[in-house]
Design a protein around this ligand. Structure first.
Ligand code: OOB
Length: 527
């Protein structure tokens, strides 16, 4: 059995015929744009400013360095870097060496990283020495992967700066239909799912996204969210920016303190944020001194953006709003820059491609009446056909090649979608996805926990927060349980915001724990 599910041959042929899949690979993509935009600035962070040519040269050096250190084509390498310029030299270096980056996010800890390493049989792990007060070298030691490359002070590991600079040997030829990288799914299951993307499918979405978002050589894209997330990576994100010859500006945090200064200094034209960040920016813009007049487009996505807030963006930030409803599995919807304001305020956009196939169905997979709310299923030229090494789960997550998104949507006559809710056991904590079962498994591992259920609690700022309901088997407190989860190395955003104890769980007709009743119980406890 192969590690990932390829596109059916007839569809792959169609996607090539229609010019969606062009045969370009990430390594060649950067070389081509570097030739076109050589002396333009490609990447800016707190310490550095690289032109396209410099970025290209650094990526090639990294590729040779990784190969000299024994990284071979097809090898998986977990990359966990903050928003720094070296993210690009590392990732494109790996692409050129034919290796497969596995994109972890900075908040991930032992629980997530050790799983990514073991599930992908990663041969190396790339980290920064410290970020956000956390020492990633210690984590690297606990994880115990074969090779660790460190940006900054390497401690006992290898410094990224020390990989050999002498180009030795040939770089491999990479197939555009090969696995390019693995990205994380928000997930709803006990362990995180990894998403296999190929060069052909991802670069198609990148080119179209750059076009839809109007990127060009004079655009400046601010990376406000963690760069390895699918939204800032490709919607149109940093890859869209590189495609179009735009400048990428990396922010170490999305807070107005950091981001507004960068918008003013670099004359940022477009950025993408999650709804809570957009709310913070709306509040801050009224009083902060920075000049945000260069900003043309604020993209908001990752979670539902309330209509009232959406209507404030134009008047209060002086730029256009673009809503983005995407998923790392593939499908991305955008409101278009020429859509009427009223549509942009209420809708989460329409798909990138004319070949994105969308079904809106009821509980029995029958299409709902036009305009009714139903489950969104999708397949198309950049939506995966299965998760990486997840044969059993793929049988439930995909039907006839359609990915079951777990989102409840309504389709407008214009082809735009309105996200109305969710049917998956996931909590969307301001764009950060928490799989209920994953956290429940960690809670149940505590000897004083008989049973646990994680549910969403509505929250004015984040949209949702998490509450863990626990049936205790022995004396235990909420703070003790939260500390237990931290000790197990669970990312901070997955630690329950609240812990509530109950004597037993309400059950549904079929005997499953009823999350709906638990949410109602919580609402009742609040009054
Ligand atoms: C983006 O990607 P993921 O993989 O972190 O999360 C995907 C899920 C969707 O299935 C949906 O449940 C939710 O996040 N979501 C939204 C949304 N955008 C994403 N729910 C309501 N409104 C929206 N605008 O989150 C992502 C990937 C690419 C671009 C943008 C977001």
């Amino acid at each position: 059995m192969s590690d990932w599910v390829p596109y059916p041959e007839d569809l792959a042929a169609r996607y090539r015929e229609r010019g969606y899949w062009t045969g370009e690979t990430f390594g060649a993509f950067l070389a081509d744009r570097a030739a076109k935009f050589a002396d333009q600035v490609a990447v800016v962070d707190d310490r550095q400013r690289w032109t396209y040519r410099e970025l290209d040269e650094r990526a090639t050096r990294m590729a040779h360095g990784f190969m000299a250190r024994g990284i071979s084509p097809g090898d998986r390498v977990v990359v966990q870097l903050p928003n720094v310029a070296e993210f690009f030299s590392v990732v494109f270096g790996l692409f050129r060496a034919g290796a497969v980056p596995v994109f972890a996010l900075p908040p991930h800890r032992f629980s997530e990283i050790s799983y990514f390493c073991s599930h992908t049989e990663a041969v190396a792990y790339v980290v920064a020495d410290r970020f956000g007060g956390f020492d990633y070298r210690t984590l690297a030691e606990q994880v115990g992967v074969r090779q660790v490359f460190v940006l900054g002070d390497p401690g006992r590991h290898t410094a990224l700066a020390d990989v050999p600079v002498d180009p030795a040997g040939e770089l491999p030829t990479v197939d555009s239909g090969a696995l390019a990288f693995l990205q994380l799914s928000g997930g709803s299951t006990g362990v995180p799912k990894l998403i296999p993307r190929i060069h052909d499918d991802y670069l198609y979405s990148v080119r179209e996204s750059a076009d839809i978002c109007g990127l060009g050589p004079s655009s400046v894209y601010l990376v406000a969210l963690p760069v390895a997330h699918n939204f800032p990576m490709s919607s149109p994100g940093v890859l869209g920016a590189l495609h179009a010859g735009s400048r990428i500006v990396l922010a170490s945090a999305p807070s107005p303190d950091v981001a507004f200064g960068l918008i003013q200094r670099e004359r940022v034209t477009i950025t993408g944020v999650v709804p809570p960040v957009a709310l913070l920016w709306l509040t801050a813009a009224a009083t902060r001194p920075e000049d945000l007049s260069s900003l043309e487009v604020l993209q908001v996505g990752g979670a539902k953006f309330a209509e009232e807030a959406a209507r404030r963006v134009g008047p209060e930030l002086g730029c256009a709003l673009q809503q983005v409803f995407g998923m790392a599995e593939g499908l991305v919807n955008y409101t278009r820059l020429d859509d009427p304001d009223d549509l942009v305020a209420i809708s989460q956009g329409r798909p990138i491609s004319p070949d994105d196939e969308l079904l809106v169905v009821d509980e029995d997979d029958r299409p709902v009446e036009p305009g009714e709310v139903g489950h969104l299923l999708t397949r198309g030229p950049y939506t995966i056909r299965g998760y990486y090494r997840a044969e059993d789960h793929n049988r439930v997550a995909f039907t006839d090649g359609y990915y079951r998104t777990g989102d409840l949507v309504r389709l407008l006559p214009s082809g735009h979608l309105v996200v109305e809710g969710r049917a998956k056991d996931q909590i969307n904590r301001g764009g950060e996805k928490v799989a209920a079962e994953e956290v429940e498994n960690h809670l149940i591992a505590h000897p004083a926990v008989h049973d646990a259920a994680l549910v969403a609690v509505p929250d004015a700022f984040l949209g949702e927060r998490t509450c863990a309901f626990v049936v205790a088997a022995a004396e235990i407190t909420g703070p003790q349980l939260r500390a237990f989860l931290r000790e197990r190395g669970l990312a901070a955003y997955k630690i329950p915001d609240r812990v509530e104890f109950v004597d037993e769980f309400p059950h549904t007709g079929v005997g499953k724990t009823s999350r709906r009743d638990l949410r109602a119980l919580l609402a009742a406890r609040e009054v």
